[in-house]
Design a protein around this ligand. Structure first.
Ligand SMILES: [Zn+2]
Length: 203
């Protein structure tokens, strides 16, 4: 990707995203992503710990200290409230999110000093769009972490209209990995929102 990173973040809309925080309520402005993965993984996730909320550089240092054995790449989600939640890399995103919808999700890599060196939106459980970056940036800026200016690797997700599989699209290759049918040109996971609306309402 040609997007330069590790520069001072410039997007003018970051402040607006920050102002949409609404604890215990689904924010009106920010797009949220319900879990779209297999039901058995969601069920198994109920007995697994939620991600650790990171609300300060101290929280981040503590988390990196306890996670040292797992390396410095974490599973992350940005919660409905806009908080960054971290979990060990092998964790399911739906477990890290406590089963709730998210604003973004993926993998995040840190330097030992807590600088964020890489962020992706790689989460087939939620399939967040590359456009969810401002939510990640906002969550990191609130704790004061140094970060890239964009996803360092961004993926597109599509649901196959033939077999229903969620595909992670690389290099614009819009062909289903399961059944070889062509995938839609635009993001099409939102139709699942209605199926999960009950979960959001129950929060
Ligand atoms: Zn398919």
């Amino acid at each position: 990707m040609a997007v330069p990173w590790f520069t001072v973040p410039a997007p003018s809309d970051i402040g607006e995203h920050r102002s949409t925080r609404a604890p215990c309520n689904v924010p009106v402005m920010a797009r949220t992503y319900p879990y779209i993965g297999p039901a058995d993984i969601r069920e198994a996730a109920r007995s697994q710990p939620r991600g650790t909320p990171i609300r300060s550089l101290g929280d981040l240092a503590n988390w990196l200290g306890t996670a040292r054995g797992d390396g410095l790449t974490a599973t992350f989600v940005v919660s409905l409230a806009g908080d960054l939640l971290l979990a060990p890399r092998q964790s399911e995103h739906v477990a890290a999110a406590g089963g709730e919808p998210v604003r973004s999700a993926g993998e995040m890599t840190f330097d030992p000093d807590g600088t964020v060196t890489a962020v992706t939106n790689q989460s087939t459980g939620y399939g967040p769009e590359p456009d969810s970056w401002p939510e990640v940036a906002s969550a990191l800026d609130r704790i004061g972490a140094l970060r890239p200016s964009a996803f360092t690797e961004a993926f597109d997700f599509r649901r196959c209209t033939s077999c229903g599989s969620v595909n992670l699209v690389k290099d614009g290759w819009l062909v289903c990995a399961v059944c070889d049918q062509n995938l839609p040109k635009i993001w099409n996971l939102a139709s699942v929102d209605q199926m999960d609306a009950g979960d959001i309402g129950a929060h």
